[in-house]
Design a protein around this ligand. Structure first.
Ligand code: SF4
Length: 319
């Protein structure tokens, strides 16, 4: 029987050592599943652990604890050598299209490299049959193949990064803030490209962003992270129409609103203060230092993940 989920993440934990006796709690007990062909948006402020979570899932980082199943295969502690054939199925698009492309390689070579590394083609000449159609698929042309990354705009570079990830025909692509570094005018084009490709090929995206407005259009499900933990997770419609966690409500309050009446309500719901250090996260609910609804038990007891209406998960003592 084939798997319905391309990705199952249970209790994923990633800690980093930081100096003597200090530990950064980057990811702490995060769980979710991602169905084949669907998109899960993972959101939260900078420093909430979403990028560390993505990099641990794709095994750029080793796992401290928990479990990762990729299409039913446990990759949690796989050695890099064993992982290599599976990487074809799990690719990443990075935030910074300037830093993520090798400046000394032509676009053709950048896209051909993973094809050769995974043994799909023998050499660069053979790769052209796959590289050229992929360039066209992402809105570039054959003529772009001989140029270098520095000759392109930010949006074009991101298209090259997308082509490099998609040319391997993965079932899962982790998009780590792929549009944050781009001009607003280009963002929608890149999102549409990713969405059209998904509709065509049925691939799944784990889409990371720092605010909820960015993932609204692309996500089937949305998970909200705060200081290394998943505080709310549900279908995208539920999250936008009926946010439960005070942090999610605060994030939604920070979305620009054209209607002045709604904008005034928004001002009341903004999140005050900065995210605390993940080196010594607050006791109890990690959001209690900024939560307008905090009560005494919030600084003592860790709120458990509860399911409201069957599939809407929230971790908060109010529920
Ligand atoms: Fe606020 Fe308490 Fe809920 Fe945390 S558990 S979000 S502090 S009400």
């Amino acid at each position: 029987m084939s798997n319905q989920n391309i990705l199952e993440v249970s209790d994923l934990t990633k800690h980093f050592k930081a100096g003597r006796n200090q530990v950064v709690h980057a990811v702490d007990g995060v769980s979710f599943t991602l169905e084949k062909g669907k998109t899960l948006g993972l959101v939260g402020e900078s420093g909430c652990g979403k990028s560390s979570c993505a990099r641990t899932i794709i095994r750029i980082y080793d796992v401290t604890a928990g479990k990762i199943l990729l299409d039913g295969t446990d990759i949690t502690n796989m050695k890099q050598k064993e992982l290599k054939p599976l990487r074809k199925n799990m690719q990443m698009i990075f935030q910074d299209p300037y830093a993520s492309l090798n400046a000394r390689m032509t676009v053709r070579d950048i896209i051909a490299e993973p094809l050769i590394a995974h043994g799909i083609v023998k050499n660069k000449e053979d790769a052209n049959d796959l590289v050229y159609p992929m360039l066209e698929r992402v809105g570039l042309t054959k003529e772009h193949a001989g140029r270098y990354a520095h000759e392109f705009s930010g949006g074009q570079r991101q298209r090259v990064g997308i082509a490099r990830a998609l040319v391997l025909k993965p079932q899962l692509v982790i998009c780590d803030e792929p549009i944050s570094a781009l001009d607003v005018s280009i963002q929608a084009q890149v999102i549409n490209l990713l969405k059209d490709y998904q509709d065509e090929k049925g691939i799944a995206y784990l889409f990371i962003a720092h605010d909820l407005s960015m993932v609204r259009y692309v996500s089937d499900q949305v998970g909200v992270m705060y200081l290394g933990q998943m505080v709310e997770l549900s279908d995208a419609d539920d999250i936008y129409k009926n946010p439960l966690h005070p942090y999610t409500k605060g994030l939604l309050g920070s979305i620009p609103i054209a209607n002045p009446k709604l904008a005034r309500q928004k001002e009341k719901s903004g999140i005050e203060g900065d995210i605390p250090s993940p080196v010594n996260p607050p006791k109890g609910c990690r959001f209690h230092t900024r939560c307008p609804y905090a009560k005494p038990e919030c600084s003592e007891a860790v709120p458990e993940a509860k399911y409201v209406d069957g599939k809407h998960m929230v971790a908060c003592h109010l529920y």
